[in-house]
Design a protein around this ligand. Sequence first.
Ligand code: ADP
Ligand code: MN
Ligand code: MN
Ligand code: MN
Length: 334
Amino acid sequence: MAYQAEYIWIDGQKPSPMLRNKTKVVYDDSAPGVWGFDGSSTEQAPGDKSDCVLRPVFSCPDPIRGGNNILVMCEVLLNDMTPHETNTRAAAAKTAKKFAKQVPWFGIEQEYTMLTTEGRPLGFPKTGFPGPQGPYYCGVGAGRVVGRDIVEAHTQACIDAGLQISGTNAEVMPGQWEFQIGPLGTVDVGDHLWVARWLLNRIAEDYDVVISYDAKPEKGDWNGAGAHTNFSTLAMREDGGYKIIEKACIALGKKVELHVSNYGHDIESRLTGKHETAPYNKYSYGVSNRGASVRIPWQVPIDGKGYMEDRRPNANMDPYTVARLITDTCCSAL
Ligand code: ADP
Ligand code: MN
Ligand code: MN
Ligand code: MN
């Protein structure tokens, strides 16, 4: 029976890439194969050499269309089947293979902001501002949270698609929410997160709501939007792992510039030292410390094992790049 395959890929838009998608109707039971698109319309090719290749890398049930329809996450290739310069997954896959024995796991906390089509955060009055931050984080009730219908629909859609979503919560600024994906491996966390982002944008479209991954959607005394990245290796999760976690924290401190410059556009506006952040150019780590660059959760020294949280990545980061860098920096130092 015919089914629809929604091909999804990451474009070349600057400063932060966005998702694109198009539908293929498949008239037999065959798997959705290699396809193509016009790269000159996605900032991925010049007009006279516009063809780019889509290669399926991850697929799952389509929870919106239901039935036997599917979503197909793709990587972008050039005509000679080598990775396009916007294809950050290819490099992540190489790094994942190199350090597979250490079994890296990632859990990413994706924060985002719901906006009206005029670009105003949901829950902000037309003029002026809502009351200061305080009651909104993990809030319940009208006047405290807004947009929950979208969150509910999105969470169920992720579950129905088989994505590894592990929770959601309302965030510190009105209209701001979070969902978490993981724990998953270096490449898988990116596949699941990009498809979860696509589902969020797609569902919010039905509500006329814009999903913003901007690092600092509102200037002033409002929290930015991050993507805290939780990380562990097999050795960190086993007895004696606390020592390994400390080693990894020290390793991250030796490559601050490399990491911060790849953690998402406009990171300087978000990592100011205020609003539960550490300054982007001053590295620190500590147990329980939400004002540090990297936090070791409180139960880790008690258990003697567990994971660490790199709090620096922006909401608009590319999970393939962030997971690749953390895997490379930490695993090669252990
Ligand atoms: P926070 O307290 O910082 O808000 P969350 O509960 O939002 O933390 O997110 C924690 C994330 O860490 C989840 O995505 C979870 O899957 C992930 N996680 C849990 N254990 C591990 C681990 N051993 N390695 C990597 N990630 C982990
Ligand atoms: Mn969280
Ligand atoms: Mn959060
Ligand atoms: Mn966190």
